[in-house]
Design a protein around this ligand. Structure first.
Ligand code: NAD
Length: 515
């Protein structure tokens, strides 16, 4: 029999606290309000990328357990959808309070499992917390529409209703924010949910699930199951799951988009990126360089909105030297160390850097051989800058997802815009300039879903939506904001007639019209 943890606590976060040096704990599933250890004998090690220590073990949940999670969500749906929206909002009000209370614990878990600095891990939680805050206003967000007297004595109104069981599949780079983009909006709309965290850093999802239960989310409304491809495919194929939210790479995202859609599900799929900044020579030099450094190297470049390519127009090219000087001053260290600017990142990145060098780009700053004292086994890469990159190079075409800035030179603003627009991704693009005319042209002509004007990482707050486009998004309803509420609800349109009908008017077989 599976080991049963207590109802309100998984026992997981205390087991992974820094003072506890026992064997790495298994990460529990959450099924029907109970944290249970999977019966599966297969599991994957969750590794601290700064030390290579095994933090915990994540099970490859069995199909039977997955079915139990979906069944719990299905069972919880009728009563949860009929729970007043004000009650559902109150659960979110309590949930946001509890996230604030435990933000240090969440951040510590993120830094241990994902590697980003503690300060950045706080930001990860906070950007998700803002979505929970937004969900607290669901009654207004979910309002329908009403037109009185569309025909004589007839009114029409539309209602936004929940879909049923929804599922979320998460990436490794934002272990708190991305689960919080998904289930708070879904459940406050009245849906129930099955969450599949990233197998690389599932801890934050478990802590968040504990807090959601503590906030009063009834059992079965949120379920958490772990695993990799098999469980993802099971989510896509399951007949009881009505919608799938995915965030991650293009390979997984397009597979999930087509497999789940073939089963008639709604899918929103946020995928990879290559975010550009165009620098015009009239930009404010100091502020622009600081913005490029922060957006290129923050979170070791492992944000989907990280800046990965700088297009210097004309004389702005001469700023490269200062860019390198500022990048050199950043401190690479374990995320838990207070002076860390960059935490550890992956080795795959090194191959793409080498590819740039082999294709003729100039390596102005090489972070590949960095050794961090005290963390010699860590997966670190320091800030890296490649200059003279051209759009045909592999390092430009592929998403690097590391602390690497590629510099391209363009002779004119038009050429710079063309370079950005020819790239297949469309997550974000920024311009740095003091010219309103150039900024307006950029806003109109650039083919990216999220545009920054003197803002390097233009991630919208939750009252707007996260609007990546082109190869960075598949689906038509984006995450959070109005689009997020629309994704998790379907419209029912009601036409009602209340009038005294004359008895002797007879039967009319013609199509009813409102004339
Ligand atoms: P990933 O695609 O490897 O994994 C994401 C999820 O998909 C995981 O839960 C994983 O178990 C599952 N998965 C992976 N391969 C699969 C397969 N073949 N079949 C079925 N399921 C599979 O992504 P990652 O490395 O965890 O995250 C980094 C990627 O996510 C980057 O490409 C980044 O740009 C992207 N990302 C995008 C956004 C956005 O909003 N656009 C936000 C964050 C991250």
């Amino acid at each position: 029999r599976p080991q049963i943890f207590s109802l309100r606590s998984s026992g997981f976060s205390t087991a992974t606290s820094p003072s506890n040096k026992q064997d790495p704990p298994r990460v529990p599933n959450l099924i029907g309000g109970t944290f249970v250890d999977s019966q599966s004998s297969s599991s994957i090690d969750v590794i601290n990328p700064a030390t290579q220590e095994v933090v915990s073990q994540v099970p490859l949940t069995t199909n039977e357990e997955f079915k139990a999670a979906v069944s719990a969500a299905k069972q919880a749906f009728p009563s949860w959808r009929n729970t007043p929206v004000t009650t559902r909002q109150r659960v979110m009000l309590k949930f946001q309070e509890l996230i604030r209370r435990d933000i240090d614990k969440l951040a510590h878990n993120i830094t241990t499992e994902q590697g980003k600095t503690l300060k950045d891990a706080h930001g990860d939680v906070f950007r998700g917390l803002e979505v929970v805050e937004h969900a607290c206003g669901m009654a207004t967000l979910q309002m329908g529409e009403y037109v009185s007297n569309v025909s004589s004595g007839i009114d029409t109104y539309s209602i936004r209703e929940p879909l049923g069981v929804c599922a979320g599949i998460c990436p490794f780079n934002f272990p708190a924010m991305i689960p919080l983009w998904m289930f708070p909006v879904a459940v406050t709309c009245g849906n129930t949910f099955v969450l599949k965290p990233s197998e690389k850093d599932p801890g934050a999802s478990i802590i968040l699930a504990e807090l959601a239960l503590e906030a009063g989310l009834p059992k079965g409304v949120l379920n958490v199951v772990h695993g990799t491809n098999d469980i993802v495919n099971a989510i896509c194929d399951d007949d009881d799951i009505r919608a799938v939210s995915f965030v991650g790479s293009n390979t997984a995202g397009m597979h999930i988009y087509s497999r789940a859609a073939a089963k008639g599900k709604r899918v929103q799929s946020n995928m990879g990126a290559k975010n550009h900044a165009i620098i015009l020579p009239d930009a404010s030099e100091d502020a622009t360089l600081n913005a490029l450094i922060a957006a290129g190297f923050g979170a070791a470049g492992q944000r989907c909105m990280a800046l990965s390519t700088v297009v210097f127009v004309g004389d702005a090219k001469s700023w490269e030297k200062k860019l390198v000087e500022r990048a050199k001053s950043l401190k690479v260290n374990a995320g838990t160390e207070p002076d860390a600017d960059l935490g550890p990142a992956k080795e795959r990145i090194c191959n793409l850097i080498q590819n740039g060098v082999d294709s003729g780009a100039k390596l102005l700053l090489d972070g590949r051989d960095i050794v961090v004292p005290g963390y010699e086994r860590g997966n670190f890469i320091g800030p890296t800058i490649l200059s003279g990159v051209t759009p045909d190079m592999e390092c430009y075409k592929e998403e690097i997802f590391g602390p690497v800035l590629l510099c391209i030179h363009a002779d004119s603003f038009e050429e710079a815009i063309n370079i950005v627009n020819r790239n297949k991704y469309g997550n974000g693009a920024s311009i740095f300039t003091t010219s309103g005319i150039a900024a307006r042209k950029f806003q109109n002509e650039i083919e990216a879903g999220q545009v920054g004007i003197n803002v390097p990482i233009p991630v919208p707050l939750p009252f707007f939506s996260f609007t990546g486009s082109k190869a960075s998004f598949a689906g038509d309803l984006n995450f959070y904001g109005k689009a997020g509420v629309n994704f998790f609800t379907q419209i029912k349109t009601v036409t009602q007639q209340w009038k005294d009908l004359p008895g002797g008017s007879g039967i009319n077989l013609a199509m009813p019209t409102s004339q």
